[in-house]
Design a protein around this ligand. Structure first.
Ligand SMILES: Cc1cc2nc3c(=O)[nH]c(=O)nc-3n(C[C@H](O)[C@H](O)[C@H](O)COP(=O)(O)OP(=O)(O)OC[C@H]3O[C@@H](n4cnc5c(N)ncnc54)[C@H](O)[C@@H]3O)c2cc1C
Length: 484
């Protein structure tokens, strides 16, 4: 069978299918595996260009443990998950340790420990009720919905807060404005809007608080690297620098692929790890389905600056957030296709933990703001927001940041779209802004094309590394069931 794309989901699917005994060929347009998980090196600095937050490492362990040949993959748990900063100099440290986290909530916001304890218990409850149902199985098979576990879950659906927005839920439970903003932020973990996505997203903090946040010792880029090695070990065949032009099909049945060089290859089964919309528009020339999926709102994109800074900042850590003064105005601007003038800034510094990512005494800054995914004014944005970000961070850190940037590069929605074929540069495929988003997301098995499957951030169960790896698991199980 053929897999189009060697992103983490394509790799996860390839590993499982090969382990199950299928012959697997992976076709990747780029020169190496990893998709959005690229890296950049300039003048002694190294940056992971895409994901920086690593949660649920056990999904990777599961893949590496499929056979008994050891591959070195070490990672460490972060004691401090994220540092949050507000314009009025409030500083909150999100500790991994639950007691320390609750103490910090009390000290910084004056909110009683029982409030946060109850919130996190409810997040865990939501995950227990719905995680197995919504994240780990295909939503498009009857057996997912008719079994004892699903029936038990139906009786608890009212506990999921599906019909409130995440913000409404947070406001009614957390009370303190800044604490609400902090927990609203979890909507951005898959590029969604807390004022529109469902309260069920309040389960996300449970992933961080219960399973923890991690960083791979060799950087985020080592995730696709080890998965690629595992796939090779299991006999997967890779074709890099090989752009698939079309998926060939006749009378609704997929027969193989055609490559950019004009050659064709026949396959019984084709899996697309490419963006779902690109698959319909470019690979299948299926305008009808393209238009249907196009109606789903895209996740946000990012404007990201990679800065080599010739100073070290003790008050910063691996993950840092500098909040906008008005979060609602920020998301309103994004919804209208623009960027708020005081955007929330995410600052990731991997050299805090992996010291050789920057020269001695320096730091490698990954500085990102959320931008709309249809952002074709990207050039103007880069110039304008570079200045805004520098001014905001200089003020907060009491330095002249512009004089400290010694190496620099940036990417915008256009580059993300061009390099990773993600339509409009959406980081996570479709957003979860509709409460029915999970049901409208592309199913892992095509209903229209026999023998066509989907995996990856724009297919079920959604974007982000853990879910992409799960999508590979669901897709490979479906293929195993239908084609063994
Ligand atoms: C800046 C940024 C920050 C992020 N931060 C986080 C984070 O902190 N934590 C997190 O969990 N997630 C994060 N994400 C999201 C995460 O990166 C993605 O959800 C995940 O990597 C997507 O993996 P994927 O397998 O779906 O596909 P992709 O990584 O998009 O890979 C798809 C692959 O398919 C190939 N391809 C497409 N079309 C063709 C074709 N026609 N022929 C051949 N090859 C083709 C592409 O070249 C690409 O390599 C971030 C993403 C970005 C861009």
């Amino acid at each position: 069978m053929a897999i189009i794309g060697a992103g983490v989901a394509g790799l996860s699917t390839a590993i499982r299918l090969s382990h199950a005994g299928f012959e697997v060929d992976v076709f990747e347009a780029a020169l190496s595996a990893g998709g959005k998980m690229r890296e950049l090196m300039i003048d002694g600095y190294r940056w992971d260009m895409g994901p920086s937050l690593f949660t649920m490492p056990h999904y990777i362990e599961e893949l590496l443990d499929l056979n008994e040949v050891y591959i070195d993959f070490e990672y460490q748990k972060l004691d401090e998950i994220c540092h949050y900063f507000w314009n009025d100099n409030t500083h909150f440290t999100a500790y991994a340790d639950r007691d320390a986290f609750e103490d910090e909530v009390l000290e910084v916001f004056g909110v009683d420990k029982t409030v946060i304890n109850k919130y996190l218990k409810q997040a865990e409850d939501k995950y227990q009720i719905s995680g197995g149902l919504f994240l780990e199985q295909s939503l498009h098979q009857i057996k997912t919905w008719i079994n004892t576990d699903a029936l038990k879950a139906y009786f608890k659906l009212h506990r999921l807060d599906i019909f409130k927005t995440l913000h409404e839920y947070n406001q009614s439970t957390l009370k303190h404005e800044k604490l609400v903003q902090l927990f609203d932020r979890y909507a951005t973990y898959n590029g969604s809007n807390p004022y529109r996505c469902s309260g069920i997203m309040s389960m996300i903090p449970h992933f961080e608080q219960y399973f923890g946040a991690y960083f791979p010792n060799k950087g985020m880029r080592s995730i696709p690297d080890v998965l690629y090695q595992k796939a090779l070990q299991l006999g997967v065949c890779f074709y890099f620098d090989t752009h698939v032009k079309t998926i060939t099909h006749q009378q609704g049945k997929v027969s193989g692929i055609a490559l950019q060089d004009g050659s064709t290859k026949n396959y019984d089964v084709v899996v697309s790890n490419a963006d779902v919309l690109s698959t319909y528009r470019k690979l299948l020339a299926d305008n009808k389905r393209y238009k249907r999926y196009q109606k789903q709102e895209r996740s946000t994109s990012g404007l990201i600056f990679y800065w080599g800074i010739d100073k070290q900042f003790d008050q910063l850590d691996v993950h840092n957030i500098f909040f906008a003064d008005d979060y609602q105005a920020e998301f309103q601007a994004l919804a209208e296709g623009s960027i708020y003038d005081d955007p929330t800034i995410y600052l990731h510094i991997s050299s805090k933990i992996k010291q050789d990512d920057a020269p001695l005494g320096c730091e490698n800054w990954f500085v990102m703001i959320n931008v709309p995914s249809n952002g074709y004014q990207a050039d103007n944005w880069a110039n304008k927001y570079r200045t805004i970000i520098i001014n905001k961070l200089s003020k907060q850190l009491h330095v002249d940041l512009s004089s400290m940037i010694k190496a620099e590069y940036h990417i915008d929605p256009l580059e993300i779209a061009t390099v990773t074929h993600a339509l409009d540069g959406a980081l996570y495929g479709s957003s979860s802004n509709s409460r029915y988003a999970a049901f409208f997301r592309q199913s892992n098995k095509s209903r229209e094309y026999k023998n066509l499957y989907f995996c990856g951030g724009s297919a079920h169960p959604g974007g982000g590394i853990p879910l992409c790896i799960l999508s590979g698991k669901i897709t490979s199980q479906l293929i195993d069931e239908h084609h063994s």
